[in-house]
Design a protein around this ligand. Structure first.
Ligand code: ARG
Length: 461
């Protein structure tokens, strides 16, 4: 038999079309365990407020235990008449505890404070899993950076050869944003750790219930300060959605590089067979599908955030049914990231870099021109002049189809009297990277320190 939570003032049931529109059990059923946990805590505060006697509390908790077991085993499922997870579980409770006892649990709470609390519980738990998975991706990148040693590669800006860098330096440049994403989830949890339970529909409860006790039982730091805010605000959900989208963007940036590096033209990286796919028609193909899916799914993760923000914009206080639309976007993000991150970690772990190819390309495209300019500066030439002189070297080389290190002593002297043969010490990739030895720079010693710092940071989580 279907149990309505609001039938009293109505003359009949809802139109089937309304029911079809309104129903949310196909997505909010995943909150069932949190709803039951909230019900247990609520039963205890009702008991403390003398609204349930000892026997009633025992009976209620027993019925909730049996309901939980039946939900877990799949014996109890939502039915067509159940509007949402809360309605379905109230029906399940009444079926187990009887009309009279089962009907007592709803006192002093509303689906408005229940759902606001349950979304936080769900996201807090899943944020921990996602954070661990992100740390694993960072760990795999750190391991690759360690294995890369002092291997060099062409560093780029505007996708053009810019300056040589260590491969390890480049890989670590993807680690730090991921670790910041983990930091963001940890920071976010401070704000997510307030419980809206006890806010009721919007104004709080008159029944002497103890929101702090419920909050503590559910693992929150405390209750929300304002019951209207507690039921109406979803900024905590939106902030989670931003971090999830940001993780997607950070994976996508690396994906784009892996996809390019894996082409014949770059030839920087090879993907392991188990972590790439073939083509149904072209027998030679080996495709970077994990990276492409990561890049593609970042669009979806951003869409989830954007849709949620649009839903929240312009909502008056307090609860509005629009807020039912807050869940699917973040559920989709959780599902997307929890399946994407382990695959991504495996792909990173099994990448093989062609460091010879990278080293060969590192000095090309006149990527040592800045080194010439900075060498001149170190010998007292103003940078404006140094930049001109180094630019002239590039022009001469381009005209003659040669590289900077092919310029003879006479060529150098003809370009500028400042260009003594000593400049050759920076006309090698090794000399170039070694000279960039400021903090955060690409000199091997600095990168080694950075690697240790990243490792230490990653083990702190
Ligand atoms: N299912 C709703 C949601 O997800 C919670 C129920 C609140 N409904 C209501 N009529 N006040 O937001």
């Amino acid at each position: 038999a279907s149990v309505s939570l609001w039938g009293g003032r109505f003359t009949g049931g809802p139109a089937p079309e309304l029911q079809a529109l309104s129903q949310s059990t196909h997505f909010d059923w995943r909150l069932a365990a949190y709803d039951i946990a909230g019900s247990r805590a609520h039963a205890r505060v009702l008991h403390r407020a003398a609204l349930l006697d000892d026997d009633e509390l025992t009976g209620m908790l027993d019925a909730l235990d049996r309901l939980e077991a039946d939900v877990e085993s799949g014996v109890f499922l939502p039915e067509l008449g159940d509007e949402d997870v809360h309605t379905a579980l109230e029906r399940g409770l009444i079926e187990r505890a009887g009309d009279e006892l089962g009907g007592k649990l709803r006192a002093g709470r509303s689906r408005n404070d229940q759902i606001a609390t349950q979304v936080r519980l769900y996201l807090r738990q899943n944020a921990r899993t996602i954070a661990q998975q992100v740390v694993t991706v960072a760990d795999e990148l750190i391991a690759q950076a360690q294995a890369a040693g002092e291997a060099v590669m062409p560093g780029r800006t505007h996708l053009q050869h810019a300056q040589p860098v260590l491969l390890a330096h480049h890989l670590l440049a993807h680690v730090w944003p991921l670790l910041r994403d983990v930091d963001r989830l940890i920071d976010w949890d401070v704000r997510a750790a307030r419980s809206p339970y006890g806010s009721g529909a919007l104004a709080g409860s008159s029944l002497g219930l103890d929101p702090a006790a419920v909050a503590a039982e559910l693992g929150f730091d405390g209750p929300v300060e304002n019951s209207i805010d507690g039921t109406a605000a979803r900024d905590v959900v939106a902030e989670f959605a931003f971090v999830a989208a940001m993780i997607g963007v950070d994976l996508s940036r690396l994906s784009e590089e892996i996809i390019a590096w894996n082409t014949k033209e770059f030839g920087f990286v090879r993907l392991d067979d188990a972590w790439s796919t073939g083509s149904s028609i072209m027998p030679q193909k080996k495709n970077p599908d994990i990276a492409e899916l990561a890049r593609g799914k970042s669009g979806r993760l951003i869409g989830d955030l954007t849709g949620l923000m649009a839903t929240l914009k312009g909502l008056p206080l307090a609860y509005n049914r629009d807020l039912q639309e807050d869940k699917e976007p973040v559920f989709d993000q959780v599902d997307t990231l929890t399946v994407l991150l382990p695959a991504f970690a495996g792909m990173v772990r099994t990448l093989t870099f062609d460091t010879d190819r990278m080293a060969e390309l590192a000095p090309q495209g006149f990527s040592l021109a800045t080194d010439v300019a900075e060498w001149l500066v170190r010998s007292g030439v103003p940078f404006r002049v140094a930049h001109e002189v180094a630019g002239a070297c590039v022009r001469v080389c381009e005209e003659r189809g040669i590289e900077l290190w092919d310029l003879s002593d006479a060529d150098l002297a003809a370009i500028s009297s400042h260009l003594t043969p000593g400049v050759r010490e920076v006309l090698t990739v090794e000399g170039s990277v070694a000279s960039r030895d400021g903090v955060g720079g690409t000199a091997p010693q600095r990168v080694a320190e950075q690697l240790e710092a990243a490792k230490e940071r990653a083990t702190e989580y």
